[in-house]
Design a protein around this ligand. Structure first.
Ligand SMILES: [Zn+2]
Length: 438
């Protein structure tokens, strides 16, 4: 433990009395934020389900000619099933969070590992790994249910149990290979660089993120999917002309076998520098005509033209700096540990504990600012749509959006309040209305 904290913890006599009063106040604030957040989420989910089921019997008039009643009802049922699954998941998540913190799960794990390995970098790494492992196992039933029950029921799941297991093993191994060295580096920085460690740790974390983004398309994504160069010459010519017209260079057009796992369709523009590439899901190419694919890609290019990616990265950098500064301060407060059910170590570093508690507690308080970020995202989607309409044709983009909403069984009648809290993309009705009636 850094000497600063040791002195303070001793001063507050928090070993003898872990729940001194600032800790109690923090426990109370945490529990209140968690409870209010749960109530708001539950209220939003029930609103959404009620709203969707109220509009289940009739296709909204602007879509009458394009969407059948059957497709509309499938979307309604899928939305309701997903939302009620979300409620169960949310309740489970809250129970697990309380078990980790106030009920002493993390404290128990920390002490057990201390007794076993002793204090030091190895113990801290073991704590992070054990936490990740147990969390992953606790989420497992939900991932299984979602893939093999929920998605399966609506015909979206294309995964076999074997592929699912293989994915799980691969991502655990890749996660450990990438995660352990960076965790060790951050923990070392926290312990070795003095009072401003959080600034150094932030620098390391940002550099790591940039590195990950640049190696992801070429080294990590291919571990999970096959990427083949786009062999449709007509479509490739179309896409290349579009990219030239918009002033983009790319290192290639690829088709990804998304259909191995799911029937949901997508396209993305990924990487930066030399590894920049356009990736189409095979499912997308199957569902859309070439002009529609072109319009979807133009939308993605719109995000680049309007510098949304750079802005989002800037926001990420800024918010992470704030986060690390906050963590730097919190990790020195004994009430931060005591208030979340953990006794800080007296003769060993507390850095891993501080990291974990921060990761657990932040979303509870951060939930209330989430609507701001999705609101900005919806604004960006409108801008990208407008760009695509100008570069290609709004008719093609509208046709493509309609097909994608239909094939993904996205509801056309979401609850407006639910939308304002959660939707990173505007609902179909708003997007199509903005694209005009051409
Ligand atoms: Zn977009």
């Amino acid at each position: 433990m850094p000497p600063r904290l040791r002195a303070q913890v001793g001063g507050l006599n928090s070993l003898a009395m872990p729940f001194d009063s600032p800790a109690l106040v923090f426990t109370f604030a945490f529990a209140a934020a968690l409870l209010i957040g749960l109530l708001v989420k539950f209220w939003l989910a029930t609103r959404q389900m009620r709203h969707v089921s109220r509009h289940r019997d009739r296709v909204p008039s602007p879509f009458e000619s394009a969407i059948s009643l059957e497709a509309h009802q499938k979307a309604a049922d899928y939305t309701i099933a997903k939302t009620s699954f979300g409620i169960v998941e949310m309740a489970w998540g809250a129970a697990v969070l309380i078990a980790w913190t106030l009920l002493g799960g993390l404290d128990f794990m920390n002490k057990a590992l201390l007794g076993w390995i002793g204090g030091g970098l190895l113990q801290q790494l073991a704590l992070l790994s054990a936490f990740a492992l147990v969390s992953g196992l606790l989420d497992l039933p939900f991932t299984l249910w979602q893939t093999f029950r929920l998605e399966e029921r609506f015909g979206f799941n294309k995964m076999t149990l074997r592929l699912w297991l293989l994915d799980g093993i691969k991502s655990t191994v890749v996660g450990a290979l990438i995660g352990l060295p960076i965790a060790a580096l951050i923990l070392w920085v926290m312990g070795a660089t003095g009072a401003f460690w959080w600034l150094w740790a932030w620098g390391v974390w940002m550099a790591f993120n940039l590195l990950l983004m640049s190696i992801y398309p070429t080294f990590i994504a291919p571990l999970f999917n096959k990427f083949k160069p786009l062999d449709d010459a007509g479509l490739a010519a179309r896409v290349n002309t579009l990219m030239q017209r918009c002033g983009f260079a790319s290192k290639g057009l690829f088709v990804m076998d998304g259909s191995r796992r799911s029937a949901h369709a997508n396209a993305y523009f990924t990487g930066f520098g030399a590894s920049k590439r356009v990736v189409f899901y095979d499912t997308l190419l199957r569902q859309l005509s070439p002009p529609e694919v072109e319009a979807v890609l133009a939308h993605e290019l719109g995000h680049f033209k309007h510098r949304h990616i750079v802005k989002r990265m800037g926001a990420l950098f800024g918010l992470s700096l704030l986060g690390f500064a906050l963590l730097g301060w919190l990790s020195q407060q004994s009430w931060f540990y005591g208030g979340l059910g953990v006794q800080p170590n007296m003769n060993a570093p507390n850095d891993a504990l501080a990291l974990l508690l921060f990761m657990l507690a932040m979303p509870v308080f951060g939930f209330f600012v989430a609507p701001l970020s999705v609101r900005l995202s919806r604004k960006h989607e409108f801008e990208a749509d407008a760009y695509a309409a100008a570069q290609t044709s709004s008719g093609d983009l509208k046709a493509a959006l309609l097909k994608l909403y239909k094939d993904n069984a996205s509801t056309l009648t979401p609850d407006p309040v639910f939308v304002s809290f959660y939707y990173s993309h505007p609902p179909a009705s708003e997007r199509l209305a903005r694209l005009g009636s051409s």
